[in-house]
Design a protein around this ligand. Structure first.
Ligand code: RP5
Length: 171
């Protein structure tokens, strides 16, 4: 499956999700990356249901030009860790909210990586933060991405200040 085709060029960020049921949440990451001018791809590859395919994806990722991986999964969420074990690219893990434990199961599965194989874990369902962290990593070698990130933060701050001005001026 292809992610944000809106940005031309080879994808720099690979988004891997454990199930189609994670797609709606993680489309928020591909959309934000696209808004920041970063091409991404999205693949549905379960660590448990398709372990061979996940191994091939991990082993070929850097060679295909990907620079950062985002991996999202729920329940016993082994996908980010298994991916990180098979590539030296940075992996950002996104715990998916589950039906029974609210995503705490996935959060603990992803964040508690053993020493030597890190996964940078964001909050439960925090697709946007995964995209922003990936963009920040890319911005270290790309001044244009750095400028877009600065503009994103400035707009975020401006929106809060304007909202607060409107809210208090009505009193
Ligand atoms: C995980 O199990 C997926 O990442 C998903 O969050 C969860 C449920 O998957 P489905 O049963 O909806 O395919 O592997």
């Amino acid at each position: 499956m292809s992610g944000s085709d809106a940005v031309a060029g080879a994808p720099l960020v690979g988004i891997v999700i454990g199930s189609r049921s994670d797609l709606a949440t993680m489309e928020r990451a591909s959309t934000l990356l696209s808004d920041l001018g970063i091409a991404s791809e999205t693949r549905v590859i379960s660590a448990h249901r398709a372990p061979g395919l996940l191994a091939s994806y991990a082993e070929s990722a850097a060679g295909r030009g990907l620079r950062v991986l985002i991996a999202a999964a729920g329940l016993a969420a082994h996908l980010p860790g298994v991916l990180a074990a098979q590539t030296e690219l940075p992996v950002i893990g996104v715990p998916m909210p589950g039906q029974h434990l609210g995503g705490l199961d996935a959060l603990l599965s992803i964040v508690q990586m053993p020493r030597g194989i890190p996964v940078a874990t964001v909050g439960i369902g925090m697709a946007e933060n995964a995209a922003l962290l990936a963009a920040q990593i890319l911005s270290l070698g790309d001044p244009e991405v750095a400028a877009r990130l600065r503009a994103y933060r400035d707009a975020q701050t401006r929106a809060i200040l304007e909202d607060e001005t409107n809210r208090t001026s009505g009193n």
